[in-house]
Ligand binder design. Structure first.
Ligand code: SF4
Ligand code: SF4
Ligand code: SF4
Length: 324
């Protein structure tokens, strides 16, 4: 019997999700035993035209990591969608936009300005920006277009399953493969993780949730037994889906929310703002102003992984002159 065909792809990604697949160590051989890997740019020398030549639906499972922020990534997302029976948003970037989607607080012009003009190490006297088409003596060179807005995979193509995490933990990767191999995948639309919040799974001592000031992790040495949020360190546990094995909490570090929102929460950042406001004990306007000052990086604190998938989606930018 023919083995199932599996593809892996990275779009706007750091490569960590691919490394997480390799972190399955010898279990990767089990994956190779049950499936033929027919496309995996980081590891195998397949070309796009090999995928284009496949029949629609020829790939049984596609694990797509990374957000979508360029014309090339959108094109390959649509190509892999057409060729795949089951499309999985693999990792926080594909599921929610992830770290790359923090770029939605600016746009392409802002990014180019900072990267190619303002950056202290630049030597760009002619203010040259990247071009999508450049003529050289040998012909024309083409680069993908960088989009203004970073998108989740599901904002570009239909997605059957979501495997969260930055990156997804090895046990969840193996579980996903096992569910696929044994024909036990849950209903389409499912997130392959816990249905509880991280707080539900956390066994730290929880008491009265009241805080009077907020600390950054380096400012105090937290008690490793007590809830971090109650010690004034912003922990996304109340607004984050469980299932990661409490990776950060066990290292005495707060959760940053990479498993995305739990069931029933549509905007992880807004929910966290609400959770913190409900336990903050400030009484005067000065107290509130001080607390706001103590949250040094609100964008990265509340929307580190989920801006593209939030109700905000992106910062509203001034339209170019002459356009409404
Ligand atoms: S989810 Fe994390 S590990 Fe995976 S590509 Fe995005 S930033 Fe990298
Ligand atoms: S807020 Fe963080 S430390 Fe506190 S119970 Fe939830 S996950 Fe654990
Ligand atoms: S503790 Fe939070 S940030 Fe850390 S791995 Fe788990 S879900 Fe992700």
């Amino acid at each position: 019997m023919a083995k199932p065909q599996v593809a892996l792809y990275w779009a706007a990604s750091c490569g960590g999700c691919d490394v997480a697949v390799l972190d399955t160590n010898e279990k990767i051989l089990d994956i190779a035993n049950i499936a033929d890997i027919v496309f995996w740019p980081i590891a195998l020398d397949f070309k796009y035209h090999h995928v284009e030549a496949m029949k629609d639906g020829a790939i049984d499972l596609c694990l797509f990591n990374g957000a979508v922020r360029s014309s090339e990534q959108e094109k390959i997302a649509k190509l892999l969608r057409a060729k795949s029976k089951v499309m999985v948003a693999f990792g926080a970037c594909a599921c929610f936009g992830g770290i790359p989607a923090l770029a939605n607080f600016t746009n392409r012009a802002g990014i180019f300005e900072r990267a190619y003009i303002e950056a202290e190490s630049n030597d760009n006297p002619d203010s040259t920006y990247p071009q999508t088409l450049v003529k050289v003596p040998e012909g024309e060179l083409e680069l993908p277009e960088l989009y203004d807005t970073v998108l989740t995979l599901a904002q570009v193509v239909d997605v059957e399953y979501y495997v969260p995490g930055c990156p997804p933990p090895v046990d969840i990767i193996l579980k996903t493969i096992d569910l696929f191999a044994t024909g036990r995948l849950p209903p389409p639309g499912s997130v392959i993780a816990s249905d509880k919040t991280l707080c539900d799974e956390c066994d730290r001592i929880k008491g009265e949730k009241k805080i009077t000031r907020i600390y950054r992790p380096h400012e105090i040495t937290p008690d490793p037994e007590r809830c971090l949020l109650e010690q004034g360190i912003i922990c996304c546990g109340p607004v984050t889906r469980g299932g990661c094995g409490l990776r950060c909490i066990k290292a005495n570090m707060p959760c940053r929310g990479c498993f995305g929102p739990p069931p029933g929460v549509t905007d992880q950042g807004a929910k966290l703002v609400s959770a913190i406001a409900s336990i903050y004990q400030g009484e005067s306007e000065e107290d509130i102003a001080r607390m706001v000052e103590e949250i040094v990086d609100p964008a990265g604190t509340f929307y580190r992984f989920g801006l593209a998938d939030s109700m905000l989606k992106r910062k509203r930018m001034q339209p170019p002159e002459g356009r409404a």
